[in-house]
Design a protein around this ligand. Structure first.
Ligand code: DGY
Length: 327
């Protein structure tokens, strides 16, 4: 195939080599190598004439961008399992394939959710800050008292792959009782961990830990608002490693300050990145990470491989390995 016959694609950030290499070999690829995302006007320029886009969750892929790309655009391959940054309905209407990267980040994300759960419960970050500020003078019988984990109740919101992997950790390792809410019944979780599918209000009232593992969509946006937080136990820990807009951040702040809940562990915030003046950063009972749940070697390599496969299959008009809109 001559260079000019190769499909033109845009890769919106540097991704691991295992994915970038085949794309560079098989396509006329432009790669945005800056650490920050391309500004919107630059992105709109760069997609013009492309048959494929390998995008990140930081890029809004909507009708305007599809128009800017042109009618030859065949595939949008997202380097993420979540695809709330893409207008999938619009892509489908135009016959554009959309791909994502499920599976390969399940264990890493469940690890992160658990890390946040235990850090927030046992006040680990706050305790480190206490040392750094020179406050550690002696062993304190009444200092830094956190929440127990063993035998407690974990409420999982969205019992998909990641919810199941977190339940496996908490039930197997900490003997937790597992409650969940989901549109669908998860028989494997019910068999494996005796998980009980319950009403939303039951999950909120009975859980010691509530961990979010749903997609962001119009039904889940701000499902954790004031009304939800006040139904939770004052000793409860809220964990979000899914998407920031699933919680209302002002309501979360007020719940943490007002003692409606004990603590929160967040890998995702609204907005992202969080401004340095954001009030959440001032709270000792909120542990925050910069959206790094999939940040392990095997997860990111796996994501790169799938995203590249999806992109190459899409420009060849073949079925995608992980296809969001096959129908
Ligand atoms: C995803 O894949 O959706 C994560 O948020 C980033 O890895």
């Amino acid at each position: 195939m001559s260079v000019n016959e190769k499909p033109r694609v845009l890769v919106t950030r540097l991704i691991p080599d295992v994915g970038l290499r085949p794309v560079l070999q098989e396509c006329r690829a432009e790669v945005w190598e800056e650490p920050l995302p391309p500004p919107r006007d630059v992105l709109l320029e760069k997609v013009a004439g492309c048959e494929g886009i390998l995008s990140l969750l930081t890029e809004r892929i909507d009708a305007e961008l599809m128009d800017a790309a042109g009618p030859q655009l065949k595939v949008i391959s997202n380097f993420a399992v979540g695809f709330n940054n893409i207008d999938v309905e619009e892509a489908t209407r135009r016959g554009i394939r959309v791909g994502n990267t499920p599976g390969v980040l399940t264990e890493a994300t469940a690890d992160m959710a658990f890390a946040l759960l235990i850090s927030a419960s046992r006040r680990i970050v706050e305790a480190q800050e206490y040392i750094r500020q020179g406050n550690w003078k002696t062993w304190e019988p009444l200092g830094h008292i956190g929440q127990d984990l063993a035998g407690k109740t974990l409420g999982i919101v969205g019992m998909g792959r990641i919810g199941h992997a977190l339940a496996r950790r908490c039930h197997g390792g900490w003997d937790m009782r597992i409650l969940y809410v989901d549109k669908f019944r998860n028989e494997a979780a019910e068999q494996d961990f005796d998980a009980q599918r319950v009403e939303w209000s039951t999950l909120l009232a009975e859980s010691d830990f509530v961990s979010v593992h749903v997609d962001l969509n119009s039904e889940t946006e701000e499902m954790f608002d004031r009304d939800a937080f006040v139904q939770m136990k004052p000793t409860a820990v809220f964990v979000n490693s899914a998407r920031g807009p699933i919680h209302n951040q002002q309501d979360l702040y007020e719940a943490l300050v007002g003692g409606e809940i004990f603590a929160a562990g967040l890998d995702v915030t609204n907005p992202e990145p969080l401004g340095l003046d954001d009030p959440l950063l001032k709270l000792s009972n909120c542990v925050i990470a910069p959206h790094i749940a999939s940040g392990t070697v095997s997860s990111r390599n796996g994501m790169a491989e799938i995203a590249a496969d999806n992109l190459l299959a899409g420009v060849r008009e073949q079925p995608l390995r992980c296809w969001v809109n096959p129908n």
